[in-house]
Design a binder for this molecule. Sequence first.
Ligand code: C5P
Length: 233
Amino acid sequence: MTAPSPLIIALDYPSLDAALCMADRLDPARCRLKVGKELFTRSGPAVLEALHGRGFEVFLDMKFHDIPATVAGAVQAAAEQGVWMVNVHAGGGRSMMEAAAERLAAHRLTTHLIAVTVLTSMEAADLTEVGVGGGVEEQVQRLARLARDSGMSGVVCSAREAEALAESCGEAFLKVTPGIRPAFAAANDQQRIMTPSAAVQAGSTHLVVGRPVTRADDPMAALGAIEAELAGR
Ligand code: C5P
């Protein structure tokens, strides 16, 4: 592929060994990898070193949410370990996001800093329970605009939200979308799914794909099938 791939493969494993086993079956020229809370909490920076050593760019999906100084420090720590992308919760507010973005800029760290708006596991009733009226879409828009205004380079969002977010926050604002299911794959526990090409058409800039690749008998063949679908083949 000539352009960098939009594909980010989720390494959702409970051990370093299992994660590296999968990484060794993937090609760093054709995808990036996402390391989440479980894997990082178990394996620590060793997993980042091991994946970087294999040539992968890494999205460290830690969804930081704390006071500004703490989040700025955590984001700096991630960036100094060379991660390509890291995220925070937009619900942490403007000063938290600004502190994180300013810290990266002050240290000339070019890691992409993005925000989670509303977790896709939350519905309107869950939001009401934590004091947020107006529904999911309104809250997603509010937090995405706040994230953009606070220096974030994008958001994690559902592909279904990508089009509206492109209108409100611009096309260059990154839209990193999970819940992707190629036609050949099972939905698993994802409720609202979209195919890779539909997600890109809707404005997603990056696609997070887990089980359709990591549980495939031949992960690179599954990745190739997704690339082919994206290329319209
Ligand atoms: O296996 P699957 O493709 O469903 O994995 C999707 C990945 O994206 C997982 O790591 C999951 O935690 C993450 N994710 C998600 N939905 C969100 C945010 C993150 O599925 N709203």
